[in-house]
Design a protein around this ligand. Sequence first.
Ligand SMILES: [Zn+2]
Length: 325
Amino acid sequence: MSSLNIYGNDENLHLMRKMHQNGHIPHACLFYGEKGSGRKTLAEYFAMTVLCTGEDAPCGTCRNCQKILHGVHPDLIPVEHSGKKQGFSVETVREICRDAIVAPNDSDRKIYLFADCDNIGIPAQNTLLKLTEEPPEHVLLLFTAVSKSAFLETMLSRMMQIAIRPCTPEDCFRALTEQHDCTPEDAGRAIKSTGGRNIGLALRWLEDTSMQEMTRHASELTFAVAQRRQYEILRILSGYEKDRVQAEKLLQLLLLQFRDACTLKYRDDILTGCDRQSAELLSGMLTASRAERLCQAVQSAYEASQASVSLKLVLSALGGNLLLN
Ligand SMILES: [Zn+2]
C-alpha cells in the first residue's frame, strides 16, 4: 500500500485499531466485498496496525509502517497465485505451511496475505485447514475475496469475517483527487458513471475506454427506451452481437439503469446505475408494472445469453421487448 489514508470504511478501521489496542488479534481474517472496494488495502492496513511499534497504530512513521508503505516488509508476505484458475495450488499452500513455522524476520509476527481467493480450490483449503486451526503464535493469515462463499464452512468458522462497505461518492472523489492525482473533472465523470461507491471501479473506468463507451451506451439506451426510439435501441444493441462477454456486461449495466428508474419512483439515495439523468427521465414515463417488465426483459436476455442462445437472436428479441413493454 502506498498511503496511510483510507477513504471510507471508518467502522472497520475503528474495529481494527480496537483489536490491536486490546491485544485481541485473530489468527485469520477474511476481508470480503466487491472488486475495487478496497479489500486488499484494508487487509494491508490491518497488517500495518498489527506490526506498528509507534504510539498510535498505525503511525505510518515507525520502521515497520514505513516498510509496509514501501511494499518491502519481509514479514508481510503476499502469497502468489498459482494454477490455471489463478487460485492457490496445494504445493503453494504446503510451502506456506512449512514457512509459517519459521520465526519472523523483522518483527514479532509473520503475516500471509492470500488476495483474491475467489478461485481457491477445496484441496488447497483442506491443506490450509490445520494452519488456520492451530497456527504458530506469530502467524496471522489474511484473505480477501468477493464473497464468503469461496470458502468451506470449516475455514470460515476459523476466520474473523470483515465485510467491506461501499464508500460515499464524497470519499470516492477525495480518494481520486488526493491519492490518485485525478483532475476534479475526471473524478466527477468517473463518479457520475460508476455511482461513486467503489474507488477501484472509478479508477478502472478512467483507464478503460471500452468501459466508458459501454456506460455511454447504457445511458443512451435508457434515453431511447424512455423516448421509444426503436431505431436507436436496435442500433446500439446490434453493436454487441459479436461479443458475448461485452453484451452481458452491457445487459448488467442496463438492468441497473432500469432498477434505478424503479427506485426513483420512491426514493433517490441508493442508485447504482451509470446515469441518473436518463434513469430519471425513464422513471417519469413508467408505471411500476412497466418498470418491472423492463427489468424482466433484460434479465431474461441475460439468462438466454448465458445459456448460449444466439446472441443476435437474444439482442433483437430484447430490442422488441423494450419497445413492447
Ligand atoms: Zn507504525
